[in-house]
Design a protein around this ligand. Structure first.
Ligand code: SF4
Length: 218
């Protein structure tokens, strides 16, 4: 398979709209993205619920809270030595830069916001682009390990480097925020349901176009 749009259509047919990212506010998306490293979504949800219950799910509140106080609520999401400090530092940055106004923060050219995000402690390319796409609604394609696994198996690309994979999708698809959001979520759903480390290719809607899958099933 060489067409990312065709893979998207088939995945959407199979799994339906994912409507990711499940959050009540854009700020909640940011906190979720900062908590996502090396944990499960269920644990991130618990940590966010704890922060909400404590009245801390607010940029000014988190900027003012101590790392120890944040830690009590987000410990469930792991990396408890680093994540609380990073969340606090990120929120302080938002307050210093734009008084916590996310409209102002994201209302700049994509490259400028991305550079700003990447300059924050613990924000790698996937986290930065998740925040850009889901909280800021900038048209950037989010790449993760699932994207690379599925794409290389399908023969969409050979590259494994973040920017090269991102360029492949962004040059092969219309620049559409909603479609980028859905596509990323569909790849995650597919990687969890069928295109696992040991894939279930016989059930896959992409099998006919997947050389890896055909080898697995021949
Ligand atoms: S056919 Fe198998 S390897 Fe190919 S995308 Fe489907 S599950 Fe993954």
């Amino acid at each position: 398979m060489h067409d990312p749009a065709e893979a998207y259509r088939r995945l959407l047919d199979r799994y339906g709209p994912q409507r990711w990212w499940p959050a009540e506010t854009d700020f909640e998306v940011i906190v979720g993205a900062l908590l996502m490293q090396q944990t499960t979504w269920a644990n991130v949800e618990r940590a966010i619920a704890n922060l909400r219950e404590a009245g801390l799910l607010d940029v000014h509140a988190l900027a003012a809270a101590s790392a120890a106080a944040i830690r009590r609520h987000v410990r469930v999401a792991g990396l408890y030595r680093t994540k609380p400090g990073r969340i606090k530092a990120f929120c302080r940055h938002l307050v210093d830069r734009c008084d916590g106004d996310l409209g102002a923060y994201f209302g700049r050219p994509t490259a400028e916001v991305r550079a700003d995000l990447r300059a924050q402690d613990g924000v790698g390319p996937e986290t930065a682009d998740s925040i850009l796409l889901y909280a800021g609604r900038h048209p950037v394609f989010v790449v993760d390990a699932y994207t690379v696994r599925i794409g290389t198996r399908l023969g969409l690309f050979r590259a494994r480097e973040y920017e090269a994979v991102q360029r492949f999708f962004e040059s092969g698809l219309p620049r559409d925020v909603a479609a980028y959001q859905e596509y990323h979520a569909l790849l995650v759903a597919h990687a969890k349901a069928l295109c696992r480390p040991r894939p279930k290719c016989r059930e896959c809607p992409l099998l006919a176009a997947c050389s890896f899958g055909r080898r697995q099933t021949s």
